[in-house]
Design a protein around this ligand. Sequence first.
Ligand code: 13P
Length: 250
Amino acid sequence: MVGRRPLIAGNWKMHKTPAEAREWCAGFRTRLPSFPPGVDVVVCPPFTALEPVSTALRGHPSWVAAQTISDQPSGPYTGEISASMVFSCGARGTILGHSERRAMGETDEMVAARVRVALDAGLRPIICIGESLAERESGVTTEVLTAQLESILAVVHENEVDRIVIAYEPIWAIGTGRTATPEMAQVAVADIRIAAAARLDASRLRILYGGSVTPATARELLVSPDIDGALVGGASLDPESFAMIVEAAG
Ligand code: 13P
């Protein structure tokens, strides 16, 4: 990861009430008042805990991101949350295109629209791409990743490369305990970097791995030359295991 800051992001998904989130923050701050130099740490709580987490982490070096945003600024979109709403709750980034949202109907075009809205609103998008098990087994992983990536990069300007993060999350590794081997993750992430080079300076693009990352697997994944960090689900819910993964990035 020459020249690229490592980034560890915790995606809490649909977990933790505001009270539980505050308790997590207190535990995390005590366990890890500072980070190894140069490591970025991002906490992605549900919308209802954004403001409590932003407040509870004030003065701490980690920053806060949402788990998605609407592609609309405001209007009659019942249940949706806009970029400016999450920004006003302290979020400075947002996950976009997570496979759990794609499974509910989010298309590449919808993800791309949200990427543009996030960048225009001053949010750093962490954009997820990844293949299914069937796609991997039929040998089309590179094609799937390239198509998802191209749709995203079509809306990103070259000078925005430092503001976006790509997260490679193979769907078969999410929440299954079946982590990709460091070799598999490295090959896929290197392919993503090669594909990105057609559009921007890919040597500056941060690419994370996500899918059953734990304190036991983090270090061997993070030493891979193209993997710049991790997007952590289940293991981010406990401040101790999340802190151990942050330490593995240092
Ligand atoms: P797990 O770490 O629980 O597999 O989740 C990964 C993920 O989806 C992070 O966005």
